[in-house]
Write a protein that binds this ligand. Structure first.
Ligand code: ADP
Ligand code: 5GP
Length: 216
């Protein structure tokens, strides 16, 4: 729930932009889905993409699937916070609704790559929390990509070829978590989120609350 009141333990706070990145296959989507299922103060930012829809994906839930012409129009009209080309397809974060949600105290979850992370950080540094997920090994990363069953051998080879380049951006993140055991990795991600929510500068309701305490 997004809090709009300022009573005791639900002081108003500004929402945060919680970014999860990783080399493809390390587990960020799995973690994102668990977080969204268990935490009703965070909602996913749905990106726009020109890549073809995969089996099981739903337009408007997983992505907004658009043509290249429509994507170019959105770029021209300034409708994206950031956009990038990943594996030959265009991906972008639409601005719509994100600003209002943050103001109302709702958090927004982003599953974007390092390029998008850099752009969002430049635009909204104070609101952004950057988390990078690493696989325990390259062998395990390959096993996960194969086990997921969504990509051809060719696509998996391309993702593996890019993995080390993506891993090299680990130092552009505030937190780095190794996803060996999914439950313990997920717990760490939740702890990061909980601590970031408590940051003094985000707790915009604190000023009035503390004033009340001072008045006695
Ligand atoms: P990404 O979103 O980073 O590309 P996914 O979340 O799709 O990765 O995970 C890739 C595959 O690995 C999925 O089949 C998922 O179920 C599996 N997976 C994720 N985390 C773990 C883990 N800690 N141990 C074993 N398998 C995992
Ligand atoms: P996939 O096609 O496997 O869903 O995603 C491929 C890559 O694109 C992932 O690394 C994902 O994080 C990234 N991605 C998804 N949406 C966006 C976006 O809006 N902006 C950027 N920069 N990257 C994105």
């Amino acid at each position: 729930m997004v809090h709009e009141s300022t009573d005791d333990d639900t002081l108003h706070r500004r929402g945060l932009m919680f970014i999860l990145s990783s080399p493809s296959g390390a587990g960020k989507t799995t973690i994102a889905h668990k977080l969204l299922a268990q935490d009703d103060e965070i909602a996913a930012s749905v990106s726009v993409t020109t890549r073809p829809m995969r089996e099981g994906e739903v337009d408007g839930r997983d992505y907004w699937f658009v043509s290249k012409a429509e994507f170019d129009r959105m770029v021209d009209e300034g409708e994206f916070y950031e956009w990038a080309v990943v594996f030959g397809n265009c991906y972008g974060t639409p601005k719509a609704r994100i600003r209002d949600r943050l103001k109302a105290g709702g958090d927004v979850l982003f599953d974007i790559d390092w390029q998008g992370t850099q752009q969002l950080y430049q635009k909204a540094q104070a609101d952004v929390v950057r988390v990078f997920i690493l696989p325990p090994s390259l062998e395990e990363l390959h096993r996960r990509l194969t086990g997921r069953g969504t990509d051809s051998a060719e696509v998996i080879a391309a993702r593996m070829a890019r993995a080390q380049a993506e891993i090299s951006h680990w130092d552009g993140y505030d937190y780095v978590v190794i996803n060996d055991d999914i439950e313990s990795c997920f717990d760490k991600v939740r702890e990061i989120l909980a601590a970031e929510r408590m940051k003094r500068t985000r707790q915009t309701g604190l000023i009035d609350f503390v004033r009340g305490l001072m008045r006695g």
